[in-house]
Design a protein around this ligand. Structure first.
Ligand code: COI
Length: 381
């Protein structure tokens, strides 16, 4: 059993203590939106939030310049941005982002999940794209101040949350190829339900050959727009063939599972052990992935972070050695994979007990239904 695990750098940084939201929010003073969404519009959105379609009344913002570093912290009305057509992000894609959620607990309080992990990860992404780091407390302050301003947009109920999208873009108007001298950071939010309509019934995944998301030394472990742009063509083609998502293989051998278009992947063996592709530098260090590994290890499950050959996986499904496969991420949470297909295989999988156990283990902590011995939940309001 491989129960030992050396925490990753992001996991270690995510443990840095954070002040309470009350102490942080004043860093981002609020200018209220004079024309917020009407009650009717709000009600319509909240009754069927979907994913990433509707946005709230405010956004958090700060700016970085060479001379002053990060400054101008504020929460202001949600509005279109005014950007020079020469802004470097529009030409060279210098951009990073995060995905994190605000959850309403049954008593009405509002919480988020491991914000320190996302703070550490946005800085890892920024490091790779030669962008300035953000102070962890500023990052969490921006989330808390923004969510407090838009509290009415935090839905309640199973599977519902306010999806938060912090991001940094290079806004210096300059066409030379170098890191920009000005960046803008924003937090926007979108009331959301499940990412996949298939939900607990399971989704279908096409294993792609010929297209890769990332290579060694590239930006695969950074959460940057370019990685997602690279996934869109195979994703679109897979959709045309009736699949929900794609799974990428390693660049050199096209043999080992990497990750899906926007989420990590796990395999549950029939002996109860759990496997997930190792953090090779080309995949995203998912916060949900990290939480699942920790939760399962602490329940005595043998969790292996290792290379998973697609041929072995398919053979395992056919022989019964593989019991379940699921995807995970902030948006996807834990989503069973019901069909896995590629050039020369097409296998079906059940929505199994281990996947549902993991889904509940994660969401029970996020929703305040289970004890949180890890200090992962952070109260916003
Ligand atoms: C997330 O899970 O938060 C993601 O960023 C994935 C996707 C929606 C891009």
């Amino acid at each position: 059993m491989s129960l030992d695990h050396t925490p990753t750098e992001l996991e270690t940084l995510s443990e840095l203590p954070l002040p309470a939201a009350d102490e942080l929010v004043e860093r981002f003073p609020l200018t209220p939106n004079p024309a917020p969404a009407s009650d009717a519009v709000h009600e319509e959105v909240m009754s069927n939030p979907g994913f990433g379609k509707a946005f709230t009344d405010h956004m958090a913002h700060m700016v970085w310049t060479l001379e002053e570093g990060w400054h101008g912290r504020e929460v202001l009305p949600f509005a279109n941005l005014s950007l020079s057509p020469a802004a470097s992000v529009l030409h060279y894609g210098q951009e990073v982002f995060e995905g994190i959620k605000a959850y309403r607990h049954e008593d009405g309080s509002v919480w988020t999940f491991r914000p320190g992990y996302n703070a550490a990860r946005i800085n890892h992404s920024s490091w790779r794209l030669a962008m300035p780091a953000i102070d962890h407390e500023d990052f969490v302050a921006s989330l808390a101040a923004y969510v407090r301003a838009d509290e009415r947009w935090v839905p309640s109920g199973e599977g519902a949350s306010l999806y938060l999208r912090p991001f940094v873009v290079a806004t210096e108007p300059f066409l030379g190829v170098r890191s920009a001298h000005r960046f803008d950071y924003y937090v926007i939010g979108s009331p959301s339900g499940p990412y996949f309509k298939g939900g607990p019934k399971g989704v279908s995944i096409e294993v792609v050959r010929g297209f890769h998301r990332a290579g060694p030394g590239g930006t695969g472990s950074a959460k940057c727009g370019g990685n997602y742009a690279a996934s869109l063509l195979p994703q679109m083609e897979a959709c045309e063939r009736g699949f929900d998502q794609v799974c990428f293989l390693d660049t050199y051998e096209e043999k080992y599972l990497e990750e899906l278009g926007g989420m990590n992947v796990f395999v549950v063996m029939s002996d109860g052990s759990v496997r997930t592709p190792q953090l090779s530098g080309t995949i995203l260090q998912g916060g949900t992935r990290s939480a699942i590994c920790r939760l399962m290890r602490d329940r005595g499950v043998d969790v292996r972070e290792e290379r998973i050959a697609v041929d072995d996986l398919v053979a395992g499904v056919e022989s019964g050695a593989v019991a379940e496969v699921f995807a995970c991420g902030t948006a996807a949470v834990v989503t069973p994979i019901a069909r896995l297909a590629g050039q020369d295989f097409d296998v079906r999988l059940p929505v199994g007990d281990r996947t549902l156990e993991i889904l509940h283990a994660v969401t029970d902590i996020q929703m305040g239904r289970a004890e949180d011995p890890y200090g992962w939940t952070y109260r916003i309001l």
